[in-house]
Design a protein. Structure first.
Length: 81
């Protein structure tokens, strides 16, 4: 039960909105990001929004889709928490 989405905030401007919820049906947000060793590296990568980076992001998205379709990438069951 529930809804999940996978996103890449690097690729587009975005925001997260949290709706009211109860402890019986909580909203859980998990954000995983790359960590760069310096702000200089971070700024350099953030400036890479180009056609080449778009092609790279499409390749990553396609690989994730293929892995999910083969059952190699999945969300845990509630019992696994």
């Amino acid at each position: 039960p529930g809804t999940v989405y996978c996103s890449s905030p690097f690729v587009f401007e975005h925001g997260v909105r949290y709706e009211r919820c109860s402890s019986d049906e909580p909203i859980i947000a998990l954000q995983c990001r790359f960590a760069f060793p310096s702000k200089v590296d971070t700024n350099r990568v953030n400036a890479l929004r180009s056609e080449e980076m778009r092609a790279a992001m499409e390749a990553v998205a396609g690989s994730m889709q293929n892995a999910a379709d083969r059952g190699e990438m999945r969300l845990p069951e509630m019992e696994e928490f």
